[in-house]
Design a protein around this ligand. Structure first.
Ligand SMILES: Cc1cc2nc3c(=O)[nH]c(=O)nc-3n(C[C@H](O)[C@H](O)[C@H](O)COP(=O)(O)OP(=O)(O)OC[C@H]3O[C@@H](n4cnc5c(N)ncnc54)[C@H](O)[C@@H]3O)c2cc1C
Length: 378
């Protein structure tokens, strides 16, 4: 029986969930607070587990039209430049996991997802303020005080989720003491630098210092991410300007190839990194959370968008053939399947030692979101 479903938040998780649920015949509307998608942010890293999930939604060709395919995932030491691990990520990952790693501009990923939605699914400029529910349904309350009734409400509204707040009350994300910087440069601006076709992490002398770099836009651009410990600056945002000279100065003792990455960036944005501890529940009745609303994580395993994509697919499978009366139990089943994995990734991201010296990446990259519900029932 088709359900009438609202998704709060048209980010990666929200739109992916909408596609998964529309593909099963449900009537889905996505409410996004932004008036339009700007070309905001930059990088999104999609490891094979996420590409496998998104391929099944039918957007694989769109992703590959603009994404880059990193050749290797490399770890290097900040001063000597020594390689401490090198994992093949392109054809070898495709053979092993059924999908490659793709790195893509967030705007291109959102455009690919939007292209797979039915017309009029995504409504811009509608900010969700609250949700309430009865035994029969859930009501979304918007910032303009209007209301709409649904069988099910999905909170995919990011780290500061209004839906999470409505379900579980105030619990602000914690500042980690780390500030992240993001920049992009044209590959032709640094033609002699090695490994620009790979995902490389430069591990600093302390855990607050690291540089991550990988190709975007089919390799024509190179993305650079770096962090510093800065206890007195806590602002979040994707467009706040950072001081590139101050950043270069902090990294002045790094290997020349690492410094050259920062030299190639003309400017950077900066954003303080926040986290929240894993939550014991993600659903109440007919309202459920997914993505950053349920499990925000620091970016040190590069799995934020990947976990949101997996959530979306698993939620779609968990709601296959569910009737309205069975919804609360199906939502709990979904959360029970996903929570152990996202908790492990949240904790691993915070520990910040993923693939530092090699190790087996199969438990992350080899996950089959499409089989997770069946696997859990077996
Ligand atoms: C503008 C922006 C730029 C980003 N840039 C990058 C980047 O460059 N690199 C990177 O790794 N990650 C980036 N991220 C984060 C990354 O995309 C997410 O961590 C990840 O994809 C998880 O996705 P999500 O769908 O759970 O949450 P998000 O991607 O954060 O999506 C949440 C969506 O909900 C909307 N929303 C929030 N509150 C409400 C509300 N009350 N009512 C209606 N809509 C609401 C937001 O506008 C957003 O579109 C960015 C996120 C945003 C919002």
């Amino acid at each position: 029986m088709p359900l009438k479903i609202a998704v709060a938040g048209g980010g990666v998780g929200g739109m992916a969930a909408a596609i998964a649920l529309q593909n099963q015949g449900h009537a889905v509307t996505v409410f996004e607070q932004a008036r339009a998608f700007g070309r905001i942010g930059a990088d999104v890293n999609l490891t094979p587990n996420a590409v496998h999930a998104l391929d099944g939604l039918g957007i694989g060709d769109r992703l590959r039209a603009t994404a880059a395919r990193p050749e290797f995932r490399i770890s290097r030491t900040w001063d000597s430049g020594e390689e401490t691990s090198r994992l093949p990520m392109s054809a070898a990952a495709e053979e092993k996991y059924g999908a490659p790693q793709l790195t893509i501009h967030r705007a291109d990923l959102l455009a690919a997802l939007e292209s797979a939605l039915l017309p009029d699914t995504l409504i811009f400029g509608r900010r969700v303020a609250d949700v309430c529910q009865s035994d029969d349904g859930a009501t979304l309350i918007f910032a303009d005080d209007s209301r709409e009734d649904f069988d099910l409400v999905i909170g995919a509204d990011g780290i500061h989720s209004a839906i999470r707040y409505a379900l579980y009350g105030a619990d602000d994300p914690q500042f980690t003491g780390l500030v992240s910087y993001r920049g992009v440069f044209a590959r032709e601006d640094a033609p002699d630098l090695p490994n620009l076709d790979s995902f490389t992490k430069w591990w600093g002398p302390t855990s607050d210092l690291q540089i991550v770099t990988f190709p975007l836009n089919r390799g024509k651009e190179i993305f650079v991410f770096a962090t510093t410990g800065q206890k007195d600056w806590t602002e979040e945002g994707w467009t706040l300007p950072g001081d590139i000279d101050a950043l270069r100065d902090i990294y002045k003792d790094f290997h020349p190839e690492a410094r050259a990455l920062l030299m190639a960036c003309r400017d950077v944005t900066r954003s303080a990194l926040h986290v929240r501890a894993p939550m014991p529940r993600w659903s109440e009745g007919r309202v459920v959370l997914l993505g950053d609303a349920a499990h925000p994580m620091v970016p040190f395993m590069a799995q934020g968008a990947c976990m949101a994509s997996e959530d979306a697919v698993v939620l779609g499978c968990a709601l296959d053939s569910v009737d309205p009366a069975g919804l609360p139990a199906a939502l709990e089943r979904f959360a029970d399947i996903r929570r152990p994995r996202t908790t492990r990734v949240q904790e691993g991201s915070l520990a910040n030692d993923w693939l530092k010296k090699g190790g087996n990446a199969d438990w992350v990259y080899g996950y089959d979101a499409w089989g997770a519900v069946k696997d859990a029932a077996a």
